[in-house]
Design a protein. Structure first.
Length: 482
């Protein structure tokens, strides 16, 4: 008995489908579809295609008339995409094929010449590198905005003293401004990492073909210049398979989110009743569905959680790359999902923090009282003895016994008499009873310390630095729009 025949699906219409007899299975079509992700690259795709077409025409690899028609058609497509009128077609797989198919509809057979001397492998690598450079710039601008907000908050609270912590135990008094400036330092390192990521992305892979280069007299340097790349890739195999630059960006984003998560954690702690230093703005807090008194730090809590999402994207792309043979493999389609999700999470978090930070309000008196509570001036007493000739280890021991004595009697340092001090060391004099928060802060006057003079100088340095970077950024924007 003859076996029933399997219905044949419609002949494939893919750009690569001429050697296939069957169309892609619907499940495989959906599984391999990249358009919902890579359509974000349309600006880079148009720019790279225009530069490539112009080069092909100048080099007489294709007729100049066809090159002009291609550029004209791409400009029309660019306007359609900008206006939201572009007819995206999911059956065309990705952003590259959508653009090529639409170009064919607009200018006819000449559109087929655009893919001369390039492959989707070097094409997508070029688009993603262009995008990565822009993403690094966007990240730096967002970090700068948060730095400016933190600096303004520090300047507005430059006299506010609070306890500094180690092991989440009150340790020594510091100025809040000094504490906030620590985050500016962290964020500055983030900016440096994004700048490095941008530098490593600033290499043109176009002209590498699928993996072996192309057999045409192309001018890669001219394309690099038009697209704003500082140099061209040196090895065609590496060029189409390299995603180190994407890892660089996501790694920088992950570490930046680490810093934001640390700041978020302090907002959560400081705004709790147990600390009580900070009052959250209502616009960046939520209430409870059952407890009317609650003001919950949901924005800060979500920032902590979303840090894990960026970590996940870093692990995702590293895992994707770890076992890939050279050169291109379809696994690399997943690089864009990791990149875009990391970028979105980072920029959203930076934006909401930059808006929230200026609205933070501190309880000055509560923070000041806590700054000297729990014997936080103990190290200052030890330093007092050192200045009078006692070795530090011996001074540490003396003050340790003094703390134990005061604790057992429920007294603070200020409540001890000179006679009680002198029971532990004859080096204590009347001057020790004048040790207070102000003198403790002023004493830490070494560069980088929390003394008011040092903090004022640091605030000024940061104000000048941010003004300088803003001036440079403004000049770059003017050149770009000019």
């Amino acid at each position: 008995m003859p076996r029933p025949s399997t219905p044949r699906r419609q002949r494939p219409t893919k750009t690569w489908g001429s050697r296939f007899r069957q169309a892609t299975h619907p499940l495989a079509e959906a599984y391999t579809l990249s358009l919902p992700i890579d359509r974000r690259l349309w600006r880079e795709e148009i720019a790279a295609s225009i530069a490539h077409a112009r080069m092909l025409g100048r080099q007489r690899i294709i007729p100049r008339a066809d090159a002009s028609a291609i550029v004209r058609g791409l400009r029309e497509i660019q306007r359609e995409m900008t206006d939201g009128r572009f007819p995206w077609r999911e059956e065309l797989e990705d952003v590259h094929t959508n653009v090529e198919a639409r170009l064919r509809e607009k200018i006819g057979a000449a559109a087929g010449r655009l893919h001369t001397a390039r492959s989707r492998n070097d094409q997508v690598a070029t688009d993603l590198r262009l995008y990565a450079k822009g993403a690094c710039d966007r990240a730096v601008a967002a970090v700068r905005a948060l730095q400016r907000a933190l600096l303004a908050l520090a300047e507005a609270n430059r006299q506010l003293a609070m306890p500094g912590y180690t092991h989440l135990q009150r340790a020594q008094p510091v100025l809040l401004a000094h504490h906030l400036l620590a985050y500016l330092e962290m964020l500055e390192r983030d900016i440096d990492r994004f700048a490095n990521a941008r530098r490593r992305a600033d290499v043109l892979p176009l002209g590498s073909g699928a993996l072996a280069g192309v057999p045409y007299p192309i001018d890669r340097e001219a394309v690099a210049h038009e697209l704003g790349f500082s140099r061209i890739s040196d090895n065609s195999i590496d060029a189409v398979s390299d995603r180190d630059f994407a890892v660089d960006f996501i790694a920088a984003a992950a570490l930046c989110m680490t810093h934001l998560s640390r700041l978020a954690e302090e907002m959560v702690l400081w705004s709790s009743a147990e600390f009580g230093f900070l009052r959250l703005p209502e616009a960046f807090a939520t209430g409870s569905s059952i407890m009317p008194q609650k003001r919950n730090p949901d924005v800060a809590e979500l920032a902590r959680a979303r840090t894990g999402r960026v970590y996940g994207q870093l692990l995702s792309i590293l895992t994707t790359l770890k076992a890939l043979p050279l050169a291109y493999n379809r696994d690399l389609q997943e690089d864009k999902r990791a990149f875009f999700e990391a970028e979105d999470t980072l920029l959203e978090t930076l934006a909401v923090f930059a808006a929230m930070v200026p609205e933070l309000r501190f309880d000055v008196e509560r923070a000041r009282r806590a700054a000297t509570a729990d014997y936080a001036l103990a190290t200052d007493l030890a330093d007092y003895l050192v200045r009078r000739g006692l070795p530090f280890r011996r001074a540490h021991e003396v003050v340790g016994r003094l703390v134990q004595y005061a604790e057992e009697r429920g007294k603070s340092f200020s409540q001890l008499t000179l006679a009680e001090y002198r029971r532990f060391s004859p080096l204590f004099s009347e001057e020790v009873t004048k040790l207070d928060l102000t003198s403790a802060l002023r004493a830490r006057d070494a560069p980088g310390g929390t003394a008011p003079r040092q903090v004022a100088a640091a605030l000024l340095r940061w104000r000048r630095r941010l003004a300088l970077t803003e001036g440079r950024a403004s000049a770059r924007r003017s050149r770009a729009t000019g």
